[in-house]
Design a protein. Structure first.
Length: 86
């Protein structure tokens, strides 16, 4: 489960599209952490994601995940993980 509270989630918006975000489910977080461990997870900027995530926030389109690292949502557009590459 995402460490982001529902009240905080209601305030956050996708920095790219401005839409709502939803918490990533445990299965998606596990898949991403497996891809990170294998060295195959890339962020939107094209860099390999090297640090495992605690959770994530998914945009409305479902193609971008803003990782939660050490309990903090990383809301930088280039740091988002491209879910279409999984």
């Amino acid at each position: 489960m995402s460490p982001v509270t529902s009240s905080l989630l209601a305030l956050l918006q996708c920095p790219v599209g401005g839409g709502a975000l939803s918490a990533a489910d445990a299965e998606l977080v596990a898949r991403l952490n497996a891809a990170i461990a294998a060295g195959s997870a890339l962020n939107i900027g094209g860099a390999k994601v090297s640090k495992s995530i605690n959770g994530g926030l998914v945009n409305e389109a479902g193609d971008r995940l803003y990782p939660i690292v050490d309990g903090i949502p990383v809301m930088l557009p280039d740091e988002a993980i491209d879910l279409s590459r999984l």
